[in-house]
Design a binder for this molecule. Structure first.
Ligand code: ADP
Ligand code: CDP
Length: 248
């Protein structure tokens, strides 16, 4: 009998990776909401630990200081795609983690192995307890955090498109919008470089990930494309095909 995929597929584990501004968060939230899956923004976790360090006097230019503080804050993520939430030591971090100060420091903090070990454990625990399936987005989900994911998607887009998407969103520490497109693109490229060249778990497409170039696609088209990929992965999973096949 053919397998019918419903709007709430089997407990699929979906990894969505890619550089900044490719549409990971918007796509992951929408796909998870549409298919009744949980959602985890791993970038928000790295941003939250960075914010905590900046707020608690940790010198973020000192790797040893970062490593020594990595275990200290309690980082709690909500997994409802309609109400994503993030806190550090009980304080709502959703607003402060989006400031330029945090954005400028997050790549240095996230490159420290002790930070990655701590946050990766947290991510695996959350994914393992998402009984109904989950969409997890980040940089190293398909390669390191959840290498056995049922579907891996790697989103890309041109640096120009990514900077244009980002520039309207960024806020200075005073809450003013950042409008300098060239500066945004430069900061974005620098972060990509730092994230891709770090030793521990760099930003990288997993060999078995499906690459989607979103440069010329609307957000709606990207969402539709990923929903279809998830439904196919769920169908393969329901038919009992091996995980490696499910990601193709
Ligand atoms: N395909 C797209 N076309 C146009 N704008 C997009 C597209 N995908 C995402 N966006 C917009 O670009 C911005 C960055 O998207 P986001 O999902 O936060 O990217 P990421 O999580 O990869 O950094 C958001 O304002 C979002 O609405
Ligand atoms: N799985 C992940 C997710 C984010 N990160 C780090 O966290 C930063 C912020 O991630 P993000 O997803 O919020 O970034 P944006 O794409 O939203 O700008 C990245 O630049 C990486 O340094 C990471 O190292 N590994």
């Amino acid at each position: 009998m053919p397998t019918t995929v419903s709007a709430t597929p089997a407990a699929v584990i979906v990894a969505i990776d890619g550089p900044s501004g490719t549409g990971k968060s918007s796509t992951s939230k929408a796909v998870a909401a549409q298919l009744g899956l949980s959602y985890l923004d791993t970038g928000a976790q790295y941003r939250a630990i960075t914010w905590w360090m900046l707020s608690n006097g940790v010198d973020v230019s000192d790797q040893q200081a970062i490593a020594a503080a990595a275990d200290k804050p309690s980082i709690v993520s909500g997994t409802d795609p309609r109400q994503p939430a993030i806190s550090a030591d009980g304080l709502d971090a959703a607003g402060p983690i989006r400031t330029q100060e945090v954005t400028a420091a997050v790549s240095a903090v996230s490159a420290v192995p002790e930070v990655r070990t701590r946050i990766t454990e947290l991510q695996r625990t959350i994914a393992a307890s998402a009984d109904g399936g989950i969409v997890v987005e980040g940089r190293d989900i398909g390669t390191t955090v959840l290498p056995g994911a049922d579907l891996k998607v790697f989103l890309t887009a041109s640096p120009e498109a990514r900077a244009a998407r980002r520039s309207g969103e960024l806020k200075t520490t005073e809450g003013k919008p950042v409008t300098d497109l060239a500066a945004t693109q430069q900061a974005l490229t620098a972060r990509d470089k730092a994230d891709s060249s770090r030793k521990t778990s760099p930003l990288k497409k997993a060999d078995d990930a499906v690459e989607v170039d979103t440069t010329e696609l609307t957000l709606e088209q990207v969402i539709e494309c990923v929903v279809t990929l998830v439904e196919k992965a769920a169908a393969r999973k329901a038919e009992g095909e091996p995980v490696e096949e499910a990601a193709r």
